[in-house]
Design a protein around this ligand. Structure first.
Ligand SMILES: Cc1ncc(COP(=O)(O)O)c(C=O)c1O
Length: 373
């Protein structure tokens, strides 16, 4: 048996994607929507018919993620939400879904609306109660997000898997496949908003699902739905994604170092009331993170500044390097005042969500120090 390659090697080589036609060491971008048949009406390339079914560029990007996830099959979607929606659409009407509460608000909002429309019983449960609820309530699907956005709570994937008969879907966006391979911990399907760390350059919107059990009914349903309903990623986005993922392990390593150093610095700052980060020993779920994440704790953290809404907004307004914009996982550091986006969800008014980029840590800390001063 050949030794499996390390993620850094898989990523740098884009899982072996080359351009055999030109001899190029990077794959060509092929934008064609339709593909030729010969004079006998046989397809010139039997795997290429029409680009709503598939395309070389999408297959290349999927191969990289499949290898990084230790998965058997991987499907790209045009956004993270399209990937989540694809799993929920595979549920029968009147199914039961258990969903972690306090996760990315966009997911919660869509899932609520969809479940109501399809008469699906939706049970929303805080991270700490997931295992107990899964033990007592049979469910067709369980969705967890670890670490969660923006509370950074970690959930024990293996413990939830052991507690349910349902399909376990893990949103691992904040961890990326570099820090947590959710399938190895027992997830049936792992999902990422590839818009975030996987692409990492804030210039591609994409989502991805991977599984270790491609023959499972739910996966077959998802696959058929993508092909027929057409939630497909365009070849240029797939090509950009393949390009970006060559540096994914490097970016994640630097971002995780920066996020941890910033979290530790801010935690000790007089103007900060608390910091949420899986790498901080006092944080809920630090012990799970130590077991479940390897090589770092990710780029995302949240900070409670002392004071209220106006104080938090004043700090974000004074930051010069941290761009005031939503999203996370890009090479440039970002901040967001989540209360402005979701004032009705119980988010503290003084919470600032931070996505640490790959800049020099001294510059990032100096920026926060001047903003908090
Ligand atoms: C944890 C998480 N899941 C899913 C999504 C949705 O992904 P997208 O914006 O690519 O649709 C986001 C977006 O912020 C996210 O943070």
């Amino acid at each position: 048996m050949k030794k499996p390659l390390h993620p850094a090697t898989i990523a740098a080589h884009a899982a072996g994607a080359l351009d055999p036609q030109s001899g190029g060491v990077v794959p060509a971008l092929q934008p064609s929507t339709t593909f030729l048949r010969d004079e006998n009406y046989a397809l010139v390339r039997p795997d290429n018919i029409y680009s709503r079914d598939n395309s070389d560029n999408m297959r290349q990007a999927e191969a990289v993620i499949r290898a990084l996830e230790n998965a058997q099959d991987t499907l790209l979607f045009p956004s993270g939400m399209a990937a989540i929606a694809a799993v929920f659409r595979a549920l029968p009407n009147r199914a039961t879904a258990i969903v972690q509460s306090g996760i990315y608000w966009g997911t919660t909002a869509w899932v609520r609306e969809f479940c109501a429309r399809r008469e699906i019983t939706l049970i929303e449960v805080p991270a700490a109660d997931l295992v107990m609820t899964c033990q007592t309530r049979p469910a067709d699907l369980v969705l967890i997000e670890t670490p969660s956005n923006p509370w950074l709570l970690t959930v024990d994937i293996a413990a939830v898997k052991a507690a349910t008969q349902g399909v376990l879907l893990v949103d691992g966006t904040a961890a990326t496949p570099i820090l947590t391979r959710a399938l190895d911990h027992g997830a049936d399907i792992v999902m990422h908003s590839a818009t975030k760390g996987i692409n990492g350059h804030s210039d591609v919107l994409a989502g991805v699902l991977s599984t270790a059990a491609p023959d499972a009914g739910v996966w077959q349903a998802i696959k058929a739905d993508r092909k027929m309903a057409g939630a497909i990623l365009g070849p240029f986005e797939a090509w950009l994604l393949t390009r970006a993922m060559r540096t994914l392990p490097l970016r994640v390593e630097r971002m995780s170092q920066n996020a941890l150093a910033l979290a530790q610095h801010l935690m000790a700052h007089d103007a900060v009331a608390d910091a949420f980060y899986p790498g901080l020993p006092h944080h809920q779920g630090h012990d799970i993170a130590l077991r479940q994440m390897q090589g770092g704790f990710g780029s995302l953290l949240s900070v409670l500044v002392k004071g209220g809404r106006d104080d938090a907004l004043r700090v974000t307004g004074k930051l010069a390097l941290f761009l005031r914009a939503t999203s996370l996982g890009g090479v440039e550091s970002l901040v967001e005042h989540r209360y402005t986006i979701e004032p009705h969800t119980g988010i503290p008014e003084n919470l600032i969500r931070v996505s640490a980029g790959i800049e020099h840590i001294d510059d990032l800390i100096a920026d926060w120090d001047q903003a908090l001063a």
